[in-house]
Design a protein around this ligand. Structure first.
Ligand code: KG4
Ligand code: ZN
Length: 335
């Protein structure tokens, strides 16, 4: 057979997503059903509600993807599914749907790590050039991942406390902005000035790890103290100052790792990759490193989707990785 068609399923958090991808890089169908509206009034993702939505949506989303691709299961070569990390009750819905499809249609089943998926979202834009470095920034993750070859992931730095998206969402909540707060902070920051002095956690001199809980607390304290003193802080300035602090650390460490590991490509991945300030600063810094390709996916490929899972699934498929029907959701899966 000339081409390989993978059906991908992603249900690790609050998007029910199914995609069909040809040869790991050509999008045939990409359906994402978001639950954000249902979680908004709680100010964050409620695991029980997420699971219930996935149960209601999964069959419809699979059908819609098949219809969009104008395909039958005859055309599908393998089923790839996010097995972790994420919310266990949410992951289970996708894993069980994938197992049912694989069993019913006698197709290979492949469990995929969510972060591998985020990284492979970049494959829709470019061929990977190794060695490469991926900066993964999402609601659950902040990682610098070194890749020597396809399917090989070495975490050289990670957050020791909050993920960067989590810090964004908590700061947004402090400013009474709706969930998810990242895009709102991003928008406010455009109209603000960096007037508030906030900390940057560089950690040990040679560490590629991150820490955002101190910064988050500093923002919360700043708002609290201002309220008590009856002072007014412009939310735009607070957003700009917070964002500057986040971006300084993310970009400085990424540039340092790019040089130390002598990589050919740097890939941006995860929901926070949608951040306009981060994208602009990275572009600026990498203009000076013209031997390194900086790849930044479009917004729709930054946030959770199943095309990225199918793309990562293609590599696993080629490497002969197969999961059996005992595949289980693993909320703390290591990459
Ligand atoms: O990758 P993702 O969709 O889900 C996880 O796997 O976590 O990332 C969601 C996170 C949320 O924390 C959201 O606030 C953040 O990405 N986010 C942003 C922006 N757009 C989404 N953070 C900063 N600026 C943005 N423009
Ligand atoms: Zn994600």
């Amino acid at each position: 057979k000339e081409h390989v068609i993978i059906l991908g399923i992603e249900t690790s958090c609050d998007e029910t997503a199914v995609a069909i991808v040809k040869d790991g890089k050509e999008m045939i169908a990409n359906v994402v059903s978001s639950q954000i509206e249902s979680h908004k009034r709680f100010g964050g993702v409620v695991p029980e509600i997420a699971s219930r939505h996935h149960v209601e949506q999964i069959t419809l989303v699979i059908e819609e993807a098949m219809k969009e691709a104008n395909m039958t299961f005859e055309d599908i070569d393998a089923i790839a599914v996010t097995e972790g990390p994420g919310l266990v009750g949410a992951l289970l819905i996708g894993v069980n749907a994938a197992k049912a499809l694989a069993f019913a249609h006698d197709k290979p089943l492949i469990g995929i790590h969510h972060i591998a998926g985020h990284i492979y979202a970049n494959r829709f834009l470019t061929e990977f050039k190794f060695p490469l470095l991926a900066l993964v920034v999402s609601g659950g993750h902040t990682e610098l991942v070194y890749m020597r070859e396809h399917g090989s992931f070495e975490v050289i730095g990670e957050t020791r406390d909050d993920a960067v998206g989590e810090a964004y969402d908590k700061v947004a909540r402090t400013l009474s902005l709706p969930y998810p707060g990242g895009p709102h902070i991003d928008r406010l920051a455009v109209d603000g000035s960096v007037t508030i002095d906030l900390p940057r956690a560089w950690l040990e001199k040679d560490s590629y790890d991150f820490s955002f809980s101190g910064l988050k607390s500093a923002v919360i304290n700043t708002v609290h103290n201002a309220k008590q003193r009856g002072q007014h802080i412009k939310p735009e300035d607070l957003a700009a100052s917070f964002q500057e602090s986040v971006i300084d650390v993310l970009v400085t460490k990424t540039v340092r790792a790019t040089k130390e590991y002598d990589v050919k490509q740097v890939l941006l991945a995860g929901g926070v990759a949608a951040n306009k300030g981060l994208r602009a600063r990275l572009q600026e810094e990498f203009e000076m490193l013209d031997e390194v390709d900086l790849i930044i996916p479009p917004l729709s490929l930054c946030t959770d989707n199943a095309a990225m899972i199918a793309a990562a699934g293609m590599i696993a498929y080629e490497k002969g990785k197969r999961s059996d029907l005992a595949l289980n959701a693993n909320s703390g899966l290591d990459i």
